[in-house]
Design a protein around this ligand. Structure first.
Ligand code: NAI
Ligand code: MG
Length: 360
């Protein structure tokens, strides 16, 4: 029996989570999926209901779960609130409290949506990259850091890029293991021609590769990686990199697919437990209208099945069901070509459920 914690969050969060719930129900009823779901507050809804963006009760349930599925948090109504109560604090808090150091960001472009990309269809059609980004170390967390006035009176800002070999090894292991389940290639991205920390990064990745004879390791400097991502993105299978480079490259890769409503993500701890969520935010501009695209959330659910619950066959079914509704021509507004008609959140969820049933 798997234990899953659902965190709908704010604005479109509950709308897209309702569709995930329907898919989970079908997996239980028709595919023998054994799960116990709890629901808890995270984000602005936690502030309103329990006085904190990450309530104690939510953290307790998180620690007792095998995996978490999050909608999205935040919205303008919490903008003026004090810093500790901001909805994003809930997200940062749960990542830190659960030790979620490995961020998995797939950039997948279904061929049916190739026209949504800013690149030519033949460059991106069938694109399927996985970016593995280190999430709890590197320059975002290194010390010393600050802004100080020097003796000459000039102010100086500084941050420190620091990785120890254990941090590098554990993110590398996640990338190699993922490549074994995919195309068998890891491209490690660094700046070893300039940065000592990248020399160590490269050395540890190279050592690690000997434990994975079925995976091919290559190295690339980050500036070239950015260039290659927009020149010929299909050359990549898994890319692994540090926090800062990964932040930038994963957003770049995401935009190759042209549609924020389609992109899932995972953040994993050392035991493979994880928080799964769409890459997009809570979209207050469209909340309550029933038009949000639920597919990023359903694809996040598929990632959860694959990476935390060891249910790869079920993950395939969900992904194939999503693929099949796109083949049927169903589009929510964010992925519908100009001037064509779109379906709403529920109709899209229902279609995925139907496609899933057809596979049972
Ligand atoms: P956003 O991702 O919420 O929205 C950007 C644009 O994409 C909007 O026009 C929105 O309507 C559209 N969009 C997003 N998701 C969509 C979906 N599923 N279907 C169709 N259209 C979709 O980013 P924005 O507007 O910068 O942030 C809104 C709120 O979300 C803020 O409070 C922000 O802090 C929060 N946020 C939360 C995240 C999370 O929970 N992980 C991540 C990013 C932002
Ligand atoms: Mg970013």
């Amino acid at each position: 029996m798997h234990r899953v914690l659902l965190l709908p969050g704010d604005h479109i969060g509950p709308e897209i989570m309702a569709e995930a719930r329907k898919v989970i129900d079908v997996l239980v009823a028709e595919f023998g999926f054994s799960v116990e779901c709890e629901t808890a507050h995270l984000g602005g809804c936690g502030v309103d209901a329990e006085g904190a963006p990450l309530p104690e009760s939510t953290l307790r349930l998180a620690k007792a779960s095998d995996a978490m599925l999050l909608g999205a948090v935040g919205g303008p109504e919490w903008d003026g609130i004090e810093r500790e109560l901001r909805p994003e604090r809930g997200l940062l808090g749960i990542r830190a409290a659960m030790g979620l150091f490995a961020n998995l960001r797939p950039a997948i472009l279904f061929p049916e949506l190739a026209a949504a990309s800013s690149l030519r269809p033949e460059v991106v059609s069938d694109l399927n990259i996985l970016i593995v980004r280190e999430l709890t170390g590197g320059i975002y967390f290194g010390s010393p850091r600050g802004v100080e006035q020097r003796a000459d009176g000039v102010r100086e800002g500084f941050n420190t890029l620091r990785y120890d070999e254990n941090e590098i090894r554990r993110i590398g292991e996640v990338a190699f293991a993922a490549a074994q389940r995919r195309g068998g290639q890891v491209c490690s991205v660094d700046k070893a021609n300039v940065l000592e920390s990248s020399e160590l990064w490269r050395e540890v990745m190279t050592d690690l590769a000997s434990n994975y004879p079925d995976v091919t390791l290559s190295h690339m400097y980050v500036d070239n990686a950015a260039m290659q991502l927009v020149r010929a993105p299909k050359q990549f299978d898994v890319m692994v990199t540090g926090n800062l480079f990964g932040d930038i490259l994963s957003d770049c890769a995401a935009m190759l697919t042209g549609s924020i409503g389609m992109l899932p993500s995972a953040s994993l701890d050392e035991q493979g437990r994880g928080l799964y969520e769409p890459v997009h935010g809570s979209a207050p501009d469209i909340s309550g209208q029933g038009v949000a695209n639920p597919l990023a959330t359903l694809l996040s659910l598929a990632m959860m099945l694959r990476h935390s619950l060891d249910e790869a066959a079920l993950a395939d079914h969900v992904e194939q069901a999503v693929r099949s509704v796109l083949q049927q021509g169903l589009r929510t507004a964010d992925i519908a070509p100009q001037g064509t008609s779109a379906v709403g959140t529920r109709a899209m969820g229902d279609a995925v459920v139907e496609a899933l049933r057809a596979r049972a």
